[in-house]
Each structure stands twice: as C-alpha cells, then as structure tokens.
Design a protein around this ligand. Structure first.
Ligand code: PMP
Ligand code: GLN
Length: 383
C-alpha cells in the first residue's frame, strides 16, 4: 500500500459494525436505516429490471434522472442546472467526492475539511495527490460552531477547494446563515471551489429548510453540489449519487468519473427519478419520523446519563460520555458492545486533532422504535 493511503487502512464504520455483529449488539454505529424506502420507488426498480434496463446507462446518467435532479433543485432551492451539462449521476456521493478531487487537484494542492469530517474526504484528497487541512467545528452544550477565523487562517497559496457538509455527519449540525456566508466569503476572496456534501439535505428537523451554499451570492459559479438518494430515500445500498454545478466543473468531474466506474446502477436510476418526482409526501413523513426518533433517542440517552448535544439534521446525535465517568469516546465505543450490547461511533477518529471531541460518541437514530428502545434499555445498565 502506498504511503499516501497507509493512514487509511480500515473504516471505523466497518470496524464497529463487525464488532457489533460479533457481540450481537444493537448497532447504532454505522448510519443506515432498518426500514425500506417508498414502495413505489422499490417497485419501479423491480419493473426496470423486468423491462431489461440492465445494461450500461448513458455516461452522465439516465436523462430521466438528470431531469428529475434538476427539477428538484429548481423547485426546492431556485437553482437552475441544465440536465445535459450541469448534472452528473455518480456511484453514490462518495464517487462524486472522489471524482471531484481527482478532477480539481494538482499534486500537493490543498483542500480544507471541516472536522470532524466524513471519513471518505481525506482519502479522496489523498488519492487525488492532494493534501487536506482541517478547520474545527467547536462543540459546546448548545451545539457545534464553525471556527470561521481558523477557516480564514487555513487558506494558503496552494488551497484549491473547501468541502462543506451540511447537514453535518457526525454532529447533526446545520450550518447557520452566518457560517455559510463566512464560507462563501472565503471562497470568493481566495477564488476557491466549494464542494458541498448535501446527502442529508432533506433531513433537517428544526429551523429553516436546507440552504445550499450555491444559493449564496457568487457561489453558483464556483460550487460543485453533491447529493444522493441513499439517505433521502433509505436506499444506502443502491449507491445512486449526483453532482451539480457549472458545466465546466461538471465536465471535469465527469472526465474523472468515467474512468473510475464509467457508470452504475442502471435500474435504480429511473426508480430514484420517480422518487424525486413523486415521493414528496413519503419524504415529508420520513423527516417527521426521524424528528420523532431523534427526540426519542435523545431523551433515552439523557435518562441513561449522557450529556446529549443538539442535533438539527442528519440521523445522528452526539453525546458526552463524561457524566458517566468516562473521558475517551473511542475507548468507550470499543468497550460498549461487550459491556452492554450497543454500538456507537467515536467522532474523534474523524479528526486530525481528536482532542476537541474526545468526550463524544455518535449514535444513529434511523432505526425502528423498538430497536432504539432496546438500545436505551441496555444503556441504562451503564449507570
Ligand atoms: N457523505 C456523507 C456525509 C455521508 O454520511 C455518507 C454516507 N453515509 C456519504 C457521503 C456516502 O454517500 P453514498 O453512500 O451515496 O456514497
Ligand atoms: N455514512 C454512514 C455513517 O456515517 C456509513 C457509511 C459507511 O459505512 N461508509 O455512518
């Protein structure tokens, strides 16, 4: 293995899921739902397979899906993307991020990541020959705040791009208008590209709906907006993602993407197009269900003695283990499946500087109520 990949040999999600399996723990670690997405979408995929939609789809994605993505972004955010030149379908959001980095970075160029970061970002940067610099989200009992001074200070002569994930995994933070404006200002002032990860765009529970960075002044022309179907429609195994942005940037990502996977998921593409067009009610219900589940798990964690931090979006909530007499979330997560039969993720492994979030653990609440309740019952035994 090359030195640039050696730091990234295993993912925490696979590691904790394997530990959960071995110990028969309730797995609130890896984020995936335990119920299915809308039945109309599922039968659309089955129909597509039956009708022979089983060969390579067009390189940029099925036109029907690109049209549906463009229409959704226009309807929800007022953003206009030409489906032929400004929308690219990818193998999950993960490929969109990797292809974007491969397309944007000259060797040694830098990308700013906000930490804790999703674990695929530093790897995408490293595989593209780039270098990441991290900027902290600072936790407090009222939530996480972007250190905008640190963001400005992290920009150097070789900085090419900033990655912004809102709603944010693992913290559940939805970036405020002021934080978005600060990110946009840094991008404009230093002529940076923004790559936004908006896979949780529909999973916002409090306050205003999701606001894409591309809607801020001067940002549409410098932003690659990444999203996907996995989280919105509970099909994390389908790996249908996409990236939208100015034609020139999307063409660059497409150049990289075509030699990574070429294309993917033919029969799932018309099904996701259907979902984007016709499953708005299901999505609203899904959001309401997750909102309720957030409250259910947060209350349970509080009663078990954790200090629960607010989560405003995604399907994750972070909790402080110090009130339970622990100091290190990583040790806690590695012992928890064995001790009480529950699995969680330590956000410190998603950081260059683990110290700020060492006391935190992340729980996923995208699970059936009885699963959440069973987890809480087990966690009560910690006290
Ligand atoms: N970005 C974030 C922030 C995520 O949480 C995830 C998945 N869990 C992904 C990207 C990966 O998305 P996909 O499965 O569509 O590649
Ligand atoms: N995105 C999911 C999470 O954060 C899991 C993704 C993965 O397993 N790679 O839990």
């Amino acid at each position: 293995l090359t030195s640039r990949l050696r730091p990234f040999t295993s993912t925490i999600f696979a590691e904790i899921t394997e530990l959960a399996r071995r110990t028969d723990a309730v797995n609130l670690g890896q984020g995936f739902p335990d119920t299915d997405g809308p039945s109309g979408m599922l039968s659309s995929a089955q129909r597509a397979i039956g009708e022979g939609v089983n060969q390579y789809p067009p390189g940029p994605g099925e036109p029907e899906l690109r049209a549906a993505i463009s229409a959704q972004r226009e309807a929800d955010y007022g953003l206009a993307h030409d489906p032929d030149t400004e929308v690219l379908v990818t193998v999950g959001a993960t490929e969109a991020m990797s292809a974007a980095m491969a397309a944007l970075l000259e060797p040694g160029e830098e990308v700013l990541l906000i930490e804790p970061y999703y674990d695929a970002y530093p790897v995408a940067v490293a595989m593209a020959g780039g270098v990441h610099r991290s900027v902290p989200l600072r936790p407090s009992s009222t939530g996480f705040a972007l250190d905008t001074e640190a963001l400005r200070a992290a920009v150097g002569p070789r900085t090419r791009a900033v990655v912004l994930n809102s709603p944010h995994n693992p913290t559940g933070t939805v970036f405020t208008e002021a934080e978005l404006a600060a990110v946009a200002e840094v991008c404009r002032d230093h002529d940076l590209i923004a790559v936004t990860d908006e896979v949780y765009e529909h999973l916002v529970f409090d306050g205003p709906a999701h606001r894409p960075l591309a809607t801020l002044p001067g940002m549409a022309e410098r932003t690659l907006s990444v999203s996907g179907a996995g989280k919105s429609f509970s099909v994390t195994g389908w790996k249908i993602g996409w990236v939208c942005g100015p034609a020139e940037l999307v063409a660059a990502v497409r150049a990289a993407k075509q030699f990574m996977t070429f294309v993917g998921g033919a029969p799932f593409q018309p099904a996701v197009a259907h979902a984007l067009r016709a499953e708005r009610d299901w999505l609203a219900q899904h959001r309401a269900d997750l909102h309720r589940k957030r409250d259910r798990l947060s209350a349970g964690l509080s009663s078990a003695g954790f200090g629960v931090l607010p989560s405003h979006g995604t399907y994750f909530v972070c909790a402080d283990v110090r009130p339970l007499g622990y100091s290190d979330g990583s040790e806690f997560c590695r012992a928890l499946p064995e001790r009480v039969g529950v699995a969680a993720i330590p956000p410190q492994v998603l950081c260059d500087d683990p110290s700020r979030v060492r006391h935190l653990v992340r729980f996923a609440f995208c699970k059936r109520d009885e699963v959440l309740d069973e987890a809480v019952e087990r966690l009560l035994r910690l006290g």
